[in-house]
Design a protein around this ligand. Structure first.
Ligand SMILES: Nc1ncnc2c1ncn2[C@@H]1O[C@H](COP(=O)(O)OP(=O)(O)OP(=O)(O)O)[C@@H](O)[C@H]1O
Length: 255
């Protein structure tokens, strides 16, 4: 499997002399095409910092991050916006949909900004909506949708441009358990059917159990890695819980 993303010896410092926080500490890992990676770790362990550096919202202090063969730590500011638009898809905890646009328009906007031909836009939005089972809400505005539907629309927006990497930050954080399950089943389907590569930060062991691999981060370093392999989701959940419990928490509050 080709590697889609490589983090190589990345370090991130915040603050200045006398008051320095090392948020990422010599962190290295690869994400292969079609991988579904979960990132877990206690509060303050560096998860958001890592995601911000990968998403080019923040910059690393040292080290390199390569996405689709481009070293993003070397990209000039003026190229970053295009890089984000073309290579990355984002899914946030609070959906980030535009309230004045319908679901269709929210998804289509990602393609319009990319300069996609109008004739292609409708068919791409429709095809993506079918995969996420949201065709019935395409004409609705965000206030007319449930949280779960909003998050599936946000997911459609993230993948409609066919990005190299989808970055999800606590995607189930604002959802009830039934909506979470539906969303995660959609992620599973996108990952299996379309080979969508997903990197997902979560504190929730149930959410994490849908990934194929979990990286546990502590004090800015990777301290454990679990691979699902041939395990069922339930067995994988139990193994994730073992690591969480080992660190002195339950499913919900340490991570
Ligand atoms: N802008 C900043 N300035 C100074 N320190 C920061 C900044 N952002 C993060 N930090 C510090 O870097 C470390 C990692 O923070 P980060 O937000 O990445 O953790 P996290 O794992 O995402 O935590 P949480 O689960 O609570 O969101 C923490 O010690 C935090 O206080």
């Amino acid at each position: 499997m080709p590697s889609i993303m490589q983090a190589s010896h990345i370090e991130k410092y915040f603050g200045n002399k006398g008051n320095v926080t090392k948020a990422l500490d010599d962190l290295s890992f690869d994400v292969e095409k079609g991988d579904f990676v979960g990132i877990m770790g206690p509060s303050g362990s560096g998860k958001t910092t890592l995601l911000n550096c990968i998403s080019t919202i923040d910059t690393v202090t040292t080290g390199h991050i390569t996405i689709n063969s481009q070293d993003i730590t070397k990209l000039k500011k003026k190229h970053l916006e295009k890089f984000r638009r073309d290579e990355l898809g984002f899914i946030f905890q609070d959906f980030n949909l535009l309230d004045t646009l319908t679901a269709f328009e929210n998804i289509a906007l990602a393609l319009t900004i990319q300069g996609e031909k109008p004739s292609e836009i409708t068919s791409k939005v429709q095809a993506t909506a079918e995969k996420l089972e949201i065709t019935s809400v395409l004409n609705k505005f965000p206030y007319e949708m449930s949280g779960g539907q909003k998050q599936r629309v946000a997911s459609a927006r993230a993948i409609v441009t066919n990005p190299s990497l989808v970055l999800a930050d606590e995607p189930t954080g604002a959802l009830d358990s039934k909506s979470s399950r539906l969303l995660l089943e959609s992620f599973e389907k996108l990952n299996q059917d379309l080979d969508t590569t997903i990197l997902m930060v979560t504190h929730d062991a149930f959410t994490a159990s849908y990934a194929n691999r979990i990286l546990f981060i502590k004090d800015g370093k990777i301290f454990n890695e679990l691979v699902k392999g041939q395990d069922t989701r339930k067995a994988f959940f139990n193994r994730i819980m073992e690591v969480v419990t080992l660190l002195g928490g339950d499913a919900d509050d340490v991570f």
